[in-house]
Design a protein around this ligand. Structure first.
Ligand code: NAG
Ligand code: NAG
Ligand code: NAG
Ligand code: NAG
Ligand code: NAG
Ligand code: NAG
Ligand code: NAG
Ligand code: NAG
Length: 371
């Protein structure tokens, strides 16, 4: 901490800064947090609107809680941001507030060392694993330029937030492929409105993007590798079960289980409305190029889609690419009456040796869907 003491020199009073070890305060509103303690975090948020977090190791089992930020604050991460090891399901970082800007400074890295938690069992089994970055009631804000390596499990959990833009985020969980990374979702969204995720690269072992509920979401110009694809759902059995107006544009999905996926939970209820995927390219997909299914269970799909959902106004336009020979190009498995107002144009996913098998049930007439 730097504070000011008045010193008498002759007749003049001079203001002299005084430092303590962990916190530098260059001006009253510009503060730096560094080292290995969060003790000053609350007072910094109360006093400073320009916060630099530099070479910080968050103590094991603690949350870097940026939930007391003043409206209009900027938080810049510099250097290495690390986390002590604890088996727990909390969040390593939480951000709330209004008009907040979160920036990754040049050369910074969130070096999460997820391999300490990875056991191949993911978020629901084995060691308890924390989520890296939760937003909760984050409003009118920007998160940009973050570089993230090897998260224990989920990377971004975006909850109850509105009008937030995530740009130029790099998530690199490549090491998880050989070391037991699982459920390392890139962006999970619940109960938000107006979230944009753009110009980002996600390498992981679960959904690149998954929206379970919420309205007005834009996923633009992103590259997904290694995971489970660009997903709506699973929808159902949550507090909120409506997904409305999602727009995915100009994205690539490579070396992943799925390209495009919509899944609703068997025997649950909900709505999936006004969804557009356009200009999506996929390569080397192992399971399904495009899949829309109403029989999902976390323990595995039942094979029996159920009603109780409306999947209405689903547009796919200019979707190109290839799946592995043992994968399925396009599969729709829905109960009658669930799907309506679908418009699929220029959808060309090839590669499956099952291409001649009709893998579509519950497709609305004149929708342009070919399975
Ligand atoms: C705040 O302090 C940091 C570290 O000294 C400096 O890099 C940054 O430019 C300052 N920001 C403002 C807005 O003064
Ligand atoms: C957020 O920023 C906008 C635009 O600068 C401003 O109108 C609004 O008052 C700010 N909100 C808060 C809570 O500071
Ligand atoms: C598509 O996204 C890529 C980044 O993945 C970007 O470089 C390119 O400019 C985007 N194209 C359009 C037409 O927006
Ligand atoms: C769905 O409901 C039916 C009828 O109640 C039941 O037979 C079936 O086991 C249920 N399926 C699941 C996956 O819960
Ligand atoms: C269908 O959804 C798209 C957004 O994905 C929206 O722009 C369009 O207005 C919707 N069409 C109708 C008829 O509601
Ligand atoms: C496709 O993915 C497999 C793993 O499923 C990998 O071994 C192979 O190298 C990939 N091929 C290309 C062309 O990327
Ligand atoms: C579909 O894609 C394949 C290769 O990916 C290409 O050979 C074929 O011409 C395309 N078909 C159409 C109708 O564009
Ligand atoms: C889709 O095709 C695969 C491969 O033939 C088959 O195993 C599966 O049962 C089919 N699914 C549906 C829903 O028809």
């Amino acid at each position: 901490m730097k504070y000011y003491v008045a010193v008498l020199i002759g007749v003049a009073t001079v203001i002299v800064p005084v430092f303590t070890q962990d916190l530098n305060e260059d001006a009253v509103n510009n503060c730096t947090l560094t080292g290995g303690s969060l003790n000053n975090l609350n007072s910094i948020q109360q006093r400073c609107t320009s916060i630099t977090i530099q070479d910080l190791t968050v103590p094991a089992g603690q949350t870097l809680s940026l939930t007391a930020l003043k409206a209009g604050s900027t938080v810049t991460f510099n250097g290495l941001i690390r986390f002590g090891y604890a088996e727990w399901t909390g969040d390593l970082i939480v951000v709330s507030g209004t008009n907040i800007t979160i920036i990754g400074g040049s050369g910074h890295l969130f070096d999460c060392h997820g391999e300490r938690w990875w056991d191949g069992l993911g978020a629901n089994n084995g060691k308890l694993k924390p989520t890296l970055f939760q937003t909760n009631n984050l409003l009118y804000s920007n998160v940009r330029g973050l570089r993230i390596k090897n998260t224990p499990a989920r990377c971004f959990a975006i909850q109850s937030s509105q009008h937030v833009v995530f740009s130029n985020i790099i998530i690199d969980n490549l090491d998880g492929n050989s070391n037991g990374g699982h459920n390392t979702d890139g962006f999970d969204l619940n109960e938000n409105n107006d979230i944009t995720i753009q110009y980002s690269q996600i390498v992981n072992q679960d959904d690149c993007f998954a929206i379970n509920s919420g309205t007005n979401c834009y996923f633009y110009h992103n590259h997904c590798s290694g995971g489970h694809g660009i997903s709506i759902g699973s929808v159902g059995d949550r507090r909120s079960n409506v997904v409305r107006n999602v727009h995915v544009r100009n994205c690539t999905v490579v070396n992943s289980e799925n390209g495009i996926r919509i899944k609703t939970i068997a025997n649950a209820t909900g709505q999936v409305l006004d969804i557009t995927y356009e200009d999506v390219t996929m390569q080397n997909i192992t399971n399904y190029g495009i899949v829309v299914r109403g029989d999902y269970r976390n323990s595995g799909p039942t094979g029996h889609p159920t009603g109780g959902f409306s999947i209405k106004n689903l547009t796919l336009s200019n979707i190109q690419g290839w799946v592995q020979r043992t994968a399925i190009n396009v599969m729709v498995l829905l109960a009658g009456g669930v799907a309506s107002e679908w418009r699929w144009t220029r959808v060309n996913v090839t590669g499956s040796r099952f291409a001649h098998i009709n893998n579509c049930t519950g497709v609305p007439p004149n929708s342009g869907v070919e399975c």
